[in-house]
Every structure is written in structure tokens, then in C-alpha cells.
Ligand binder design. Structure first.
Ligand code: ATP
Length: 360
């Protein structure tokens, strides 16, 4: 096990003139035994960060330490890390037994009996013992993923690195494997860095979540922190499904005034400056449907109602602004009807309209 300290990490690709900064100024500590999930949109630098930790990329600047030992200039095989990829990277001509045992046969002086014994232990742990003599192509996606995990575990690595390991599985199997992976990680207690573009997976799996955008770390925290206290508008918009509703408003006295008749009276104006422009955020589950008139809030037209069984998703337009609300299943306003959405002040998020930083 190891604590991973990443300091001022920067990674550029390309030559002078045509450089891409994939990772910029990333400072992060992954605690001993912690499950840290890196999440962010495509191209935000997740995989590059992971590959720097693995030693598969040379960093442009900054340092990476495992337990206070600087490993920045060590090659991948000098670092005690095991990596699991999206495509499993199993050897097709080898049996499961050979695939799992391969790293040990390559790197240790253990006898083949000892290696076989260890392979069987791990196959039992992963529930794939009956498959030991099969070849990868005879296995389902989930079984192949377990073999890839087995091959990663067998060397007792200090650090697990996983890059979208579940993305080739169907939705149901993915959620089963998600739980299995978490249980396995807890049992082995190995420091883990896990990359996904799926914020639901990130929220479900991570002890903490590191959210990246355009190569920069936006926020690190547990699921509750990043959902309830996003540091900026990007995090608020990225975390949560359906996404948070956002619009621009101006502060007029104690009232937020926005487009298409949006008005919201604040009890507490200490967050905002008079006449400033703010971005207003309300989560879909915090939107309250008011069907019969009244003033204030978000006067809107319902465009689509999606019946989910236990609840409904309402899609609406307030002028040009698209809104989404999650409401109880008995609330089903006709499509095309005029409604109003209200919300509690405690559920309101406010961001600076210029910097996008959170102000409430
Ligand atoms: P995805 O989810 O799409 O895999 P990501 O968040 O993992 O995205 P990275 O793969 O880390 O993103 O890429 C970050 C940026 O660096 C992107 O702009 C990408 O095009 C660029 N990049 C990554 N690897 C290389 C490379 N070997 N050469 C040049 N540019 C690269």
C-alpha cells in the first residue's frame, strides 16, 4: 500500500508551437488504501494523469511520490503498480490460468507449483475457479474483466490503476461488477486510482472523487461534497443527472431578476452584491411544480413529460432557458401547459457570472 502525492503535475504533448497541455497544475494526495476516482468530460486529462502515475508517460514538470519516495523518473516496471484497462488486454492464446499467472512467471523466481497455488487462490477470490482452463474467447465480458483483475492482483501491487475497466460491459453487469470491485478493493486495501467519464459510477464508487476539466483539477471531495458544495459552475453542471438547471440573473434589491419573467425574492442577500450578475442553479429534484398561477419563480411551458414509474421528469421552457424537474409520479401537467416552478432558498446555488466560482 502507498500514499500517492502528486505535486504541480504538468503534461504537454506535441512539439514547440503545437503543444497540447493535457494536464496542468494538478496537486493531489491519494491516501493509503483510498479509492480515488478521476472523472471529467472526454479529453480532460484523466487517462494522462493515470498514465503519469503508472510511469507510462514522462511528466513535463511536477513530481509524483509513493510513500514519500520520488518515483517521477522511475519507469513503469520499477513502480509497484498494476493497471487494468478497458479492453482487458488478455493474451488470447493462453488459458485463464496462464493469463493470471503471467506477471509472476515474468518477474519472480517462484516455482510453477507456487505460482499455480497463488493463481488458484486468486481465482477463488474472484469466483472464476471453474474457468481456469478456458481461453479468453470462451468467456463473457464480465468473466474476462475478472481475469484481467486477477492478473493485476497477483503481484500484490502497492497501487491499482484502472482506466474505464467496466465500460465494455452492459449496464446490468456493470453495476454488479462495480460492487464487486469496491468489495475487492476494500478487502485488499490497496490504494486505487480509477478513471471513468461516468459521473454516476464515480459517485457510487469513489471514497473521494477528483473532477478534472481541461487538464485542471476542479474539486476533490466525497460524493456529498461535490454534489452539495460544488466549487464552481462546471462541477455543479457535471455532477448530477439530470443536470442542474442554470440561468443568468441580476440582483435588484433583494430580488433575483432573470429572463422570461424569472423572479426570486431572497430572504438572505448577504451572498450577493446589488446590481451584480449571478448564475442561478437549482437541481431538478429541488424544483417544486405550481400548476395554478401565482407570481415569481420560473414561469414556464411544459414541453415533454417522461413517466418513470416512481416519478416524472418534466422538461419545460422558460423563454429560451431549458428546465428539467423531477416531480412525484402523480404530478403530470399536460404537455404545452403553462406552469410555474418554485424552490426553497436553501436549495439555491449561486455562481459569479464572470468567474463561475461558487458564491452560495
Ligand atoms: P477520454 O475520456 O476521451 O479518454 P481523457 O480525459 O482520458 O479523455 P486524455 O486521454 O488524458 O483525456 O487526453 C487529454 C488531452 O491530451 C486530449 O486533448 C488528448 O487529445 C491529448 N493527448 C492524450 N494523449 C496524447 C498523445 N499521446 N499525443 C498527443 N496528444 C495527446
Amino acid at each position: 500500500m502507498a500514499t500517492i502525492d502528486i505535486t504541480k503535475l504538468r503534461k504537454e504533448f506535441g512539439d514547440e508551437g503545437e503543444q497540447i497541455v493535457a494536464v496542468e497544475d494538478v496537486d493531489l494526495t491519494i491516501e493509503d488504501g483510498e479509492f480515488m476516482v478521476f472523472v471529467g468530460p472526454s479529453g480532460c486529462g484523466k487517462t494522462t494523469t493515470l498514465r503519469c502515475i503508472a510511469g507510462l508517460e514522462d511528466v513535463t514538470s511536477g513530481t509524483i511520490e509513493f510513500d514519500d519516495v520520488d518515483v517521477t523518473d522511475q519507469r513503469a516496471r520499477e513502480r509497484n503498480v498494476a493497471m487494468v484497462f478497458q479492453n482487458y488486454a488478455l493474451y488470447p492464446h493462453m488459458t485463464v490460468r496462464k493469463n493470471i499467472g503471467f506477471p509472476l512467471r515474468l518477474s519472480t523466481k517462484q516455482s510453477s507449483d507456487e505460482i499455480d497455488e497463488r493463481v488458484e487462490e486468486i481465482a477463488t477470490l474472484l469466483g472464476i475457479e471453474p474457468l481456469l482452463d478456458d481461453k479468453p474467447k470462451e468467456l463473457s465480458g464480465g468473466q474476462q474483466q475478472r481475469v484481467a483483475l486477477g492478473r493485476a492482483i497477483i503481484r500484490d501491487p502497492e497501487v491499482f490503476l484502472m482506466d474505464e475497466p467496466l465500460s465494455n460491459l452492459d449496464a446490468k453487469l456493470r453495476s454488479v461488477m462495480r460492487t464487486e470491485l469496491q468489495e475487492l478493493q476494500r478487502e485488499l486495501d490497496v490504494t486505487t486510482a480509477y478513471v471513468t467519464h461516468d459521473q454516476v459510477e464515480a459517485m457510487a464508487m469513489g471514497d473521494r472523487i477528483a473532477i478534472l476539466n481541461e487538464g485542471r483539477l476542479q474539486q476533490v471531495g466525497d460524493a456529498n461534497d461535490v454534489y452539495r458544495s460544488p466549487t464552481n459552475e462546471f462541477v455543479a453542471g457535471f455532477i448530477g443527472s439530470p443536470s442542474i438547471n442554470l440561468l443568468t440573473a441580476e440582483v435588484d434589491g433583494n430580488t433575483l431578476v432573470g429572463p422570461a419573467g424569472f423572479e426570486y425574492e431572497l430572504d438572505d442577500t448577504s451572498w450577493v452584491d446589488e446590481r451584480s450578475r449571478v448564475r442561478v442553479g437549482v437541481r431538478p429534484e429541488d424544483m417544486r411544480l405550481v400548476e395554478n398561477g401565482g407570481g415569481g419563480g420560473m414561469p414556464s411551458e411544459v414541453t415533454v413529460v417522461e413517466h418513470m414509474g416512481n416519478e416524472n421528469f418534466l422538461y419545460a421552457k422558460m423563454g429560451e432557458v431549458d428546465l428539467t424537474a423531477r416531480v412525484p409520479s402523480k404530478m403530470r401537467p399536460p404537455e404545452g401547459s403553462r406552469v410555474r416552478f418554485d424552490f426553497d432558498e436553501e436549495d439555491l446555488y449561486l455562481f459569479d457570472a464572470d468567474t463561475q466560482e461558487s458564491i452560495k
